[in-house]
Ligand binder design. Structure first.
Ligand code: NAG
Ligand code: NAG
Ligand code: NAG
Ligand code: NAG
Ligand code: NAG
Ligand code: NAG
Length: 800
């Protein structure tokens, strides 16, 4: 009899399965077995049995994105800690108590849902919703507040839109992400990511019990330490905070899928599904640099990625343990130069542009003004700092710190904080005036002497300063001479405007690229400083890495990681080698360059404008990953500035934007222009500059514009890239590139937008006429208001 029922079930299943691909529900009479799945009604998510690796034979019940076929990205796992090793006879079904349970063939429960209010079994169903949420509910009650259980309340390593992270103060339940143990084991690993409401809410990553990263407190708009988290077209994010709960969540605005994942390597990633490439693209990852590591500089230490060393004590503070501090062991942090004296009254000093410190020991009030906040802090001797709680609308509310201040860093878009210091540190107006006039007197008398001395010592001093400032390994001249066989011609791999580049092999066989700056040029010195300051502390996989330098005997050299495939121009403009780069590879390169630029423009702590982005400055490693190099003329702009202007226009013709060449105005948008040119060169295999078509005087941009207007953009594409699978993507990229090279900087998208445009199918705006599309005529219809056009010298360097 039993076997008859089984056969009937199998027969039935055979019938049901074939029509049930859209089934999203498990009822009391149903069950899931290996090979059977349920799918949310819109087809986004699927639930069933899976094994993360073929070699382990561990099986789990999980939910994954249905579309993501090649590497099934699992977003939720039921029996994380209890895998089964044989799927035969294992069932997921609703059991007598009205719970969904995973049963062994012997009917023992391996895993089950846990509902506070069990129902009669016949009324219970489990349903996979379009959001990816698996819910247990009464068969005829679909109201969310009546759900008996939902998988969204038991997150694993992924936060989906609509899920929440944080704490329910009423029940005490906490919702947080925990990484997998490793790629093949979904059991909870060592990393967790919390929205921690202790004191005042902030997101915190822990490794075991130790904090390793914090976003800084919520400031009304975003987390204080994540300026890159900005309003965008893909998703919105918010913090819900009241007496009952503190929940962080996000929601989709359109159809682009995005998720937040706590990876098992300790990196939190926000990724987006790139429909056209059918893969996930990482949009933001944290921690991103040294200063993101929790408390890098100890208490009252301030981290700034662009400085060497990265840690400094806040103004009016000194290292607590100077010896260790000097040896770059910053864990001891800093202390006040003058101790506080609460009874006699202390004061507050304002520090600007910082990521607010850890709020674990803090107190807040939404209604107080900044003035009231100050007095509240002053009255309580254990209060050490205060700031506005919410930065919107000019600032409101009060946040007080009652423990030492830790995890401070300087960053663009940072906030103001007022830190308690001894009254004597404030300096009254009278003494200030006195000091000022005294300084003036001394200044005047000493100036003459100083100038003389300065000129006399200039050369030596510059050298000394450089050496002192650098926190880079110093190579001796003999090491590098030996490594490059005495800078032999055979080892020369490139020639830049300010010097030559040689391949070198260090003792131990480590390959490096050595840039030897020409001895005479003063620009060489500036370039050297610039390069070192700009990139020594920037770390991104799409930026070339500086390993060390050498200053000796009038020589200045920079040592980089060696890129065995040299530079991009050697591929795309070469008839034979261009065959080695198919479209997927080229697309990967374009994306890498875009991510590198995004990091420079937005994510790194000082905005950096490269100013000389071109094919020969894109280096390629063994796997053809692009790395942006040559920061010799890069400029950093501070804070919220996105540009500046210069009287000294340097760069490479063909890549420079019109407003820069004509008016000396540069901004992140000038890099976007160069990026657009670069994309068109990568697609067409032709140089912008020197592109002469028989009877026309137009350059590549002009040519693309003409084809685009005439509806024939396919003619641009390098012949061997033509492949029907890629056509729509190629056309899209041509369009994006044209948006980047538009005449007016305001019309060009910024890099975050460019990245979104590259990886999803949103509709693109119509492109306007590009800047500089003829070789001879400079069109300047777009009014550039930032500076006047007269008396500007345009210095041109030889194209290099
Ligand atoms: C499979 O799991 C069962 C119990 O769950 C255990 O007794 C058995 O040894 C396991 N077999 C293998 C091959 O691991
Ligand atoms: C799984 O279990 C079934 C019956 O319980 C058995 O016939 C089968 O050999 C097992 N498979 C493996 C791989 O152990
Ligand atoms: C189920 O919930 C009860 C109380 O609601 C709790 O005591 C028990 O530990 C929970 N069991 C599991 C497996 O979560
Ligand atoms: C709920 O569904 C059951 C059958 O599953 C039915 O008997 C009952 O009348 C329904 N209740 C309501 C209020 O619709
Ligand atoms: C770093 O400095 C702290 C005190 O400032 C000291 O306790 C610790 O031992 C030092 N660590 C190392 C590795 O020297
Ligand atoms: C000072 O602030 C701390 C922390 O908020 C609090 O515990 C203490 O009661 C306050 N002291 C006074 C005198 O208000």
């Amino acid at each position: 009899m039993e076997s008859f029922v089984l056969i009937l079930q199998i027969l039935l299943c055979g019938f049901v399965c074939s029509i049930s691909s859209a089934k999203d529900i498990i009822t009391a009479t149903d069950f899931l077995t290996d090979g059977k799945t349920i799918t949310s009604s819109d087809g986004s998510f699927e639930m069933g049995f899976f094994s993360p690796a073929s070699f382990t034979n561990n099986w789990y019940v999980g939910i994954w994105y249905k579309h993501d076929v090649p590497d099934k990205s699992v977003v939720w796992v039921a029996n994380r800690e209890n895998p089964f090793n044989n799927t035969s006879g294992v069932m997921l079904k609703i059991i007598d108590t009205g719970q969904l349970a995973l049963l062994t063939p012997a009917n023992t429960i391996m895993w089950s849902t846990n509902s506070s209010r069990p129902l009669a079994v016949k009324n219970t169903v489990a349903q996979l919703l379009n959001s990816g949420n698996l819910v247990i509910r009464d068969a005829n009650d679909t109201k969310p507040e009546k759900f008996l259980w939902q998988s969204f309340d038991y997150p694993t390593d992924t936060l989906l839109p609509g899920m929440k992270m944080g704490k329910n103060f009423v029940t005490g339940q906490e919702f947080y992400l925990s990484s997998w143990k490793n790629e093949y084991d979904p059991a909870p690993g060592e990393y967790t990511y919390h929205c921690d409401p202790t004191g005042y809410p902030q997101d915190v990553m822990r490794k075991g019990k130790v904090k390793v990263y914090s976003t800084g407190p919520w400031n009304g708009l975003r987390w204080s330490g994540v300026p890159g988290l900005t309003k965008n077209t893909i998703y919105t994010f918010k913090l819900d905070l009241d007496e009952k709960r503190a929940f962080y969540s996000f929601a989709l605005l359109g159809s682009v899928m995005t998720k937040l994942t706590m990876n098992n390597n300790g990196v939190l990633q926000r990724s987006m599904w790139a429909e056209n490439r059918q893969e996930w693209h990482v949009y933001i990852s944290s921690p991103e640099d040294t200063c993101d590591n929790y408390g890098t500089c100890g208490s009252y230490g301030s981290c700034n990625n662009i400085l060497t060393p990265v840690c400094n004590c806040l103004d009016k503070f000194v290292p607590k343990d100077p010896r260790n501090w000097a040896m770059t062991n910053w864990s001891g942090g800093c202390i006040r130069r003058k101790p506080l004296n609460c009874q006699n009254g202390d004061g507050f000093l304002k520090y600007s542009g910082i990521k607010l410190p850890d709020t674990q020991y803090s107190w807040f009030d939404r209604s107080m003004t900044l003035h009231e906040c100050k007095h509240a802090c002053l009255r309580n001797c254990s209060c050490l700092a205060y700031s506005n709680l919410d930065i919107r609308n000019g600032g409101s509310g009060c946040l007080l710190w009652c423990g030492d201040l830790i995890d401070i860093r300087e960053l663009p878009g940072g906030q103001d904080i007022y830190i308690r210091v001894a009254t004597s540190e404030l300096g009254s107006k009278k003494t200030k005036l006195l000091v000022l006039s005294l300084l003036l007197l001394i200044g005047v008398t000493v100036t003459g002497l100083t100038i003389g001395l300065y000129i006399w010592k200039k050369k030596k001093k510059r050298k000394m300063n450089l050496k002192d400032d650098l926190d880079l390994p110093l190579f001796t001249l003999s090491t590098l001479t030996k490594a490059s066989s005495n800078f032999s011609v055979e080892n020369k791999i490139g020639e830049g405007g300010f010097g030559s580049v040689y391949k070198g092999i260090l003792e131990g066989g480590h390959e490096v690229a050595i840039k030897r700056l020409s001895k005479s040029s003063s620009q060489g010195v500036n370039e050297f400083k610039n390069e070192v300051i700009c990139i020594a502390k920037l770390q991104h996989r799409n930026l070339v890495k500086l390993i060390g330098c050498c200053i000796a005997g009038g020589e200045k050299m920079l040592v980089y990681e060696y890129m065995c495939n040299r530079s991009l121009d050697l591929f795309i403009f070469d008839e034979k080698r261009s065959l080695l780069l198919n479209w997927p590879k080229r697309f990967g390169i374009i994306n890498g360059i875009a991510r590198g630029l995004l990091y420079l423009h937005q994510d790194s702590r000082l905005r950096i404008i490269h100013r000389d982005l071109k094919a020969s400055n894109i280096l390629l490693d063994a796997d053809m990953n692009p790395k942006i190099s040559d920061f010799g003329i890069a400029r950093s702009v501070v804070g919220n500035e996105t540009g500046a202007n210069t009287h000294h226009v340097v760069g490479t013709h063909g890549y420079m934007s019109p407003e820069y060449v004509v008016h000396g105005v540069f901004s992140v948008k000038s890099d976007v222009f160069s990026f657009g040119v670069l994309v068109l060169e990568i697609i067409s295999g032709r140089r912008n500059r020197g592109f002469a078509r028989e009877s026309h005087s137009i350059n590549l941009l002009g040519h693309v514009w003409k084809l685009y207007k005439e509806g024939r953009p396919l003619e641009l594409i390098d012949g061997h890239l033509m492949d029907s699978r890629y056509i729509s993507e190629l056309l899209r990229l041509i369009h994006v590139a044209l948006l980047c090279v538009q005449q007016c900087p305001e019309d060009r998208p910024d890099m975050p937008t460019v990245i979104l445009m590259l990886t999803n199918d949103a509709i693109l705006p119509q492109a306007k006429e590009p800047g500089f599309f003829t070789e001879s005529k400079v069109t300047s219809e777009c009014s550039i208001s930032m500076c006047s056009t007269n008396e500007i010298t345009v210095t041109q360097l030889e194209p290099r």
